[in-house]
Design a protein around this ligand. Structure first.
Ligand code: BG6
Length: 469
């Protein structure tokens, strides 16, 4: 991190602190924020869990250093994390427990002698967001402390709803308890360093902007392949599948970043305005066309893993669509994702029009080996005019090897504490993204005849062939 701007002391309440997401991402992120001196020593992390567990039990087995292969263990930061953490046992259905939690938050503020901003993080299955937010409101946890004024904010993880109508309901329900400016809808892909750099690359390097349209670009492909399966997250994944888990959120957000018009200013308001316009112009996937615009698959052992021999949940999904505006008219966009594939690889590939020649391609590598690559034609050394594709490569590791950059969850926490909405999804963006995939959800819900089974280790690009741009 190049610059350390200390954060205001806050109370961070994490519902579901003993769950997978918290152990894999949140606790290591908080640990690292303590380590680099960003998290104020008066900040208190309140861990909410159904079971009664101690701080030590919670951290047992958590790999706090998982993002820090080269850094030594820091026992002092670990001690600070333990001392700033207060575990609270709470029955998610009982209003009295929320009232007790509210009292505990007020006690903490009285103890510290200041009124602190409250960050309420829901790291729990999305289907129970609605009822929990309602109880938070009834107990008054969404308010400020009794002896002063501070802000309360709600952080929720995607997916926001399961389809267009449930998303709309969720937005209406949360809107009764929190205003839009108190809501932080997390899409951790937006907080990835390379994703933020796409905007800089596009808008600070004028050589590309003139070519960024349908006259020069032949197609855009966005994909996120993963080698891992669902890693035991049956309860989370089985009602979702790849389309809802990845495409509706992460990948449509990436598409928006890559294709939006230049914002008047690079700030939250203008970026969101332009993203909204773009997503509103994104064509809902046409499921009536003769050639397929969506494809789905399931890896071979999935049904045994989730103990459901009938499961039609897709672990691979792909869609093809278009953006109906002047800039992008007619440019095919294919987007796919899958688990149990040959490799972990997330890329955005922009292919330029090239007539009969091999195409120039610009590749944003989100992972692994984050960077940006341009494929150009070059003459091979020698007397003949033989051409070959050459690669111009910008790699983060090589160019910025002196800098460590915050991982996506650190960034999410820091921005939410600061109240900066730039890297979070707005309610209207979420709805626009659901509109794009809703025809696929409807068609897939009707029957599962087109679900193919694939072997673990299959190449994602092979499965995506039917929607190739
Ligand atoms: C999450 C999905 O949002 O992103 C997971 O729910 C997926 O299914 C994960 O594994 C991938 O994130 P990353 O940052 O490791 O690419």
């Amino acid at each position: 991190m190049s610059e350390v701007i200390p954060l205001e002391p806050s109370i961070i309440v994490i519902f579901g602190i003993s769950g997978d997401l918290s152990k894999r991402y949140l606790l290591p992120a908080l640990f690292h924020l303590i380590k680099v001196g960003l998290l104020d020593s008066q900040t208190v992390i309140v861990g909410v869990s159904r079971q009664s567990i101690t701080n030590e039990q919670l951290l047992d087995g958590v790999d706090l250093h998982h993002d820090e292969a080269t850094e030594p263990a820091d026992t002092e930061a670990q001690q600070r994390l333990l001392s700033q953490l207060r575990m609270v046992q709470l029955d998610l259905d009982k209003l009295e427990d929320y009232q007790r939690l509210k009292q505990q938050l007020e006690d903490i503020e009285a103890e510290q002698g200041i009124c602190m901003n409250r960050l309420i993080y829901l790291s729990i299955p999305p289907k129970i967001y609605g009822s929990i937010v309602e109880l938070i409101g009834q107990a008054g946890i969404n308010g400020s402390c009794s002896h002063g004024n501070a802000k309360s904010r709600l952080l929720i993880e995607k997916p926001f709803g399961y389809d267009l109508s449930s998303a709309q309901n969720l937005i209406d329900e949360t809107g009764k308890v929190f205003h839009e400016d108190q809501l932080f809808r997390i899409d951790h892909y937006l907080a990835k360093e390379t994703v933020q750099n796409i905007l800089t690359f596009r808008f600070e390097n004028p050589i590309f902007e003139a070519l960024w349209n349908h006259e020069h670009i032949a197609s855009i492909e966005i994909f996120a392949g993963e080698q891992i399966g669902i890693m035991g997250r049956k309860v989370f994944y089985e009602p979702l599948g790849a389309l809802r888990d990845f495409i509706q959120s992460h990948l449509l957000q990436l598409l928006a970043i890559v294709t939006i018009d230049q914002p008047e200013q690079i700030d939250s308001l203008h970026i969101h305005q332009n993203k909204q316009a773009l997503l509103d112009n994104l064509q809902p996937v046409d499921m009536t066309a003769e050639t397929p615009n969506a494809v789905r698959g399931q890896y071979q052992d999935y049904r045994q893993e989730v103990e459901n021999p009938e499961s039609s949940t897709e672990t691979f999904a792909g869609i093809k669509t278009y953006i109906n505006n002047d800039r992008w008219q007619g440019v095919p966009i294919s987007i796919w994702t899958g688990k149990g594939l040959a490799e972990k690889r997330t890329e955005i590939v922009v292919t330029f029009k090239s007539g009969d020649r091999p195409a120039n391609r610009l590749i944003f590598r989100i992972s692994p080996n984050e960077g940006i690559e341009i494929e150009l034609l070059a003459k091979k050394p020698g007397y003949a005019l033989d051409l070959q594709t050459a690669h111009m490569d910008f790699s983060y590791d090589e160019s910025f090897n002196d800098y460590s950059h915050p991982n996506a969850y650190e960034r999410v926490l820091v921005d939410a504490i600061r109240g900066d909405h730039t890297l979070f999804a707005t309610s209207q963006e979420v709805l626009a993204a659901w509109r794009v995939v809703q025809p696929v959800i409807d068609k897939w819900h009707a029957n599962a005849d087109d679900l193919i089974t694939y072997a673990m280790g299959t190449e994602g690009s092979d499965l995506a062939k039917p929607i190739e741009a």
